[in-house]
Design a protein around this ligand. Sequence first.
Ligand code: ADP
Ligand code: MG
Length: 600
Amino acid sequence: MSESNNTSVTFDQLGLPEILLSSLKAMGFEHPTPIQEKTIQPLLNGRHVLGEAQTGTGKTAAFGLPALANIDVKLRKPQMMVLAPTRELAIQVAEALESFAKNMKGLKVATLYGGQSYGPQLSMLEKGAQVVVGTPGRLMDHLRRKTLKLDAIKFCALDEADEMLNMGFLEDIEWILDHLSGETQMALFSATMPPAIKKIADRFLTDAEHVKIAAKKQAKANITQLAWKVSGINKNTAIERIVETFDFDAMLIFVRTRNDTLTVAEMLERQGYPCAALNGDMNQAQRERTVDQLKSGKISIMVATDVVARGLDIPRIDLVLNYDLPGDSESYVHRIGRTGRAGREGTSISFVRPREMYNLRHYERLTSGTINTFELPSVQELGGIRIERARKALVELAENKDLTAMREILVKMAADSEVSIEDLAAALLFEKQIKQPFQPKEDPRPRRERADRDNRETRGRNDRDGGRRGERADRGERKQRNNSARPDIDWQSYRIEVGREHGANPGDIVGAIANEIALDSAYIGQIKLEDNHTILQLPKGMPKDVFAQLKQVRVRRQQLDISVSDVPAEALARRPRSDRPRNDRPRGGNRGDRSRGNRH
Ligand code: ADP
Ligand code: MG
């Protein structure tokens, strides 16, 4: 949490009891965050609260502090209940509440989640825990077994309600809430407010104070967002290069599937990096152990899926790598929020396939940030980095270790074998670099991507827009369009209102579209030019704002006014050759026209 986002109010102005203020002080919490400032007083006054705020805004203290303030420690019955979507989040909330309540003698928190035996949970409940934090499934189990009684609950919070909804807990939540007395004070927190959440709020909250914290512009300013366009080398090679050359303390890698967590973690472990997978197949004890290993520094890389990593709060994490892009843009925000915790600096890197470049726009808007594309070090640069690292390590040894004995052995070795000391040193160096060669082999470059790279090399590193434009225009000019054969792309047909009679040709259209929406022209599929319109293929899933933007674009002074078309791909695939822009067969006069003036 960046202090600069916090308000100028102090916690003691909010009416919290001294017993909580003292532990906040010890934790270094000086000023409340905006959501804390807006919710603590109403909750202390007994109001219900509906809070809309992203992760990392400090919601746990927002509901935790006022709820703890009203707990009667002498009453050994659950008085406060928190519902959280995952085991990890439940544990995290429980730990935070425990630290807030550090000075509340006799206060106990029971954490109730699946995947752990009932023993320790029952014992916490039997000892008279006043606070229970749990996942819906396990809370229901305890209620059914009557090991959890809700008759003394005064306060109930739903944390990350939209996530619980996504995980299919809607009915479970309603079932649990139906067991509460009508007097229970309710707080519901959610990053988004879909209708189903509003319905829960309407049903279970009374006259709620609605608190909404706008996603702040500067909220993620301490996270540098980078993207690497997947090309030339595959993602695994790219990860290795990042792990080897980036300066990070702890890294969290996001992949799509549970299985991928294993393959990527194993690959990195084989390379000698202390690394572990975190996924939903692991039992609770294993998951906790892994998170603890990352916290304590035993491992420095964790490979996880969205679900298990949601809400993780490990300040050490200074690099988040999106090996695969998330399924939805909201998750991107959650993912990168795993770094830059508590006001620290963090970096996120996303591996983006050319056809996924659309997504960067979304992410930029959601984070109100900028995502710069960057290049990984080439093999030559990599060799240089390795040599420099070896040099430093050797010099360090030479300067700080007593090498007398080694030196004597070396001299004797040289004399015995009639090999010069220089050659022996070279042989030692050779041995040292076998695993990570000083002269790495050239990366195999797939043909399609070579063109990409050659273009890219003509532009500067952070020259985002200018660079992309040039590249796109170039490719639109030169590349033969036979993309319908590419099975890896899900195409959608579109109609644009410019055609042959306006003097347009495919090159114009490709150039204009590629320029306008930051789409590599390789991801513009077949184009069928008609007299007064054109049908063309673009990858499925075009964001609404990109679509709107394309509507305005003009080619040959005609507005594209793009619309979705139901012309099937097959109808486009058999386009006569003469329609295709080809650099090996210029058709009189057309080539010059194709240029839209953005070439390098
Ligand atoms: P959320 O539940 O909204 O994702 P958390 O409650 O987990 O956010 O808080 C995010 C991080 O910010 C935690 O590390 C927490 O300790 C820290 N934090 C919360 N409130 C404050 C505050 N007022 N001052 C300093 N740090 C805070
Ligand atoms: Mg939270």
